[in-house]
Design a protein around this ligand. Structure first.
Ligand SMILES: Cc1cc2nc3c(=O)[nH]c(=O)nc-3n(C[C@H](O)[C@H](O)[C@H](O)COP(=O)(O)OP(=O)(O)OC[C@H]3O[C@@H](n4cnc5c(N)ncnc54)[C@H](O)[C@@H]3O)c2cc1C
Length: 327
């Protein structure tokens, strides 16, 4: 019997398990696949909402808190795992939206400015991480911190009695715990009864091979972005498709993402497309993230609905859910 079961080993589940373990809990984390192979792997790794003024206060608060934590967190993970998450504060060059009244009001309220750039506004505080590496580092780190990570184990349903959760029924038998933290991303709806509906919002992404240092900043325009990695790889994303759990990628999207990139950085026209993939963002009908105690079961906690910002909000969301669990 564990103090706490975490369902889901994406960035939200692993970060939550990490904080719970640090707070002294005995944690078991269950994932139906390998950890870190779903949305958290598919994402771009920008540590900021794309257009922060489009989001609610909680998203902004968790984003600011996480931004302040990320550099030290990546250092810590490097020390325990030997894996470099490649945190880089390259800045984000925004080509549209920054002059709207909503954007200007948000900047004034949060005292955030930008440098004028020939192509738009350069937000120098914005960083990125290489999320597949962050996830590998997290997995090593949480195992070292005593989290029991059990993969290829599907949680079928919660075992409940009156207003309490006793544990979970899985493809590999029952697991019991005092508390359960659900971090099942876009699949949350299959396990939980929530007031706010969670659904998958598919995003397709490509990666190009370019010269290292060719693009100095993240570039954002019309909701799409170009993210430079330290080794010259360039991520270009992404689509917003409400198509259920259909993972297919298509040629038209691949071409349109490439075109988006070379129209802004002409040198990318000849760059080879190395990979093309998709992932399912956990979107909520209200547009709000859910980091809360469940309303029906007193020892069930929910950490989901991070939509386009889960990598960005993960550290602060993990802190918040850990505080709620330990209250
Ligand atoms: C194309 C794309 C680009 C993105 N770019 C960014 C970005 O630049 N910055 C940013 O902050 N965010 C970005 N995101 C969003 C971000 O990736 C997500 O918000 C975040 O990964 C959500 O994390 P999660 O742990 O909730 O979900 P996931 O990573 O999907 O993890 C959920 C886990 O739960 C497991 N699971 C589900 N059901 C069960 C079950 N019944 N039993 C056991 N295990 C289960 C799954 O196997 C999975 O491992 C992007 C997403 C996409 C798709």
């Amino acid at each position: 019997m564990s103090d706490c079961i975490v369902i889901g080993g994406g960035v939200i589940g692993m970060m939550s398990a990490r904080m719970l373990a640090v707070s002294g809990a005995q944690v078991t984390l269950l994932d139906r696949r390998e950890c870190g192979r779903e949305s958290s792997w598919a994402g771009g790794g920008i540590i900021s909402p794309l257009y922060p003024w489009q989001y609610d206060d909680l998203t902004n608060q968790l984003s600011f808190e996480s931004q302040a934590m990320y550099a030290a967190l990546c250092d810590d993970l490097y020390h325990t795992s030997g894996i470099d998450s490649q945190y880089q504060k390259s800045g984000l060059l925004m080509m549209d939206e920054f002059e709207t009244p909503a954007a200007q009001a948000w900047m004034k309220r949060h005292q955030i400015g930008y440098e004028n750039h020939a192509d738009g506004a350069l937000f120098t505080h914005v960083a990125s991480i290489r999320n597949p590496r962050l996830l590998q580092a997290l997995k090593v780190d949480i195992i070292q911190k005593g989290v029991k990570v059990i993969e290829h184990t599907q949680v079928e349903n919660l075992i409940t009695k009156a207003d309490k959760v006793l544990g979970v029924h899985t493809s590999k038998g029952d697991f019991l715990a005092d508390k359960v933290v659900a971090c099942a991303g876009a699949w949350s709806e299959q396990l939980l009864t929530l007031k706010d509906e969670i659904f998958p919002m598919k995003g397709q992404m490509i990666v190009l091979k370019a010269q290292a240092g060719e693009i100095p900043h993240i570039i954002l325009d019309q909701g799409r972005y170009i993210i430079p990695r330290a080794d010259g790889k360039i991520l270009v994303g992404s689509t917003m498709e409400k198509v259920g759990f259909n993972r297919e990628v298509d040629l038209l999207t691949k071409q349109s993402l490439h075109e988006f990139a070379w129209q802004r950085v002409p040198a990318l026209k000849k760059a080879e497309i190395k990979y093309h993939w998709s992932g399912f963002r956990p979107a909520s009908l209200s547009g709000k993230v859910i980091v809360a105690k469940d309303e029906t079961y007193q020892n069930l906690f929910i950490n989901t609905g991070h939509f386009r910002n889960g990598l960005n909000m993960a550290p602060a969301s993990a802190n918040k859910i850990t505080k709620l669990v330990n209250e």
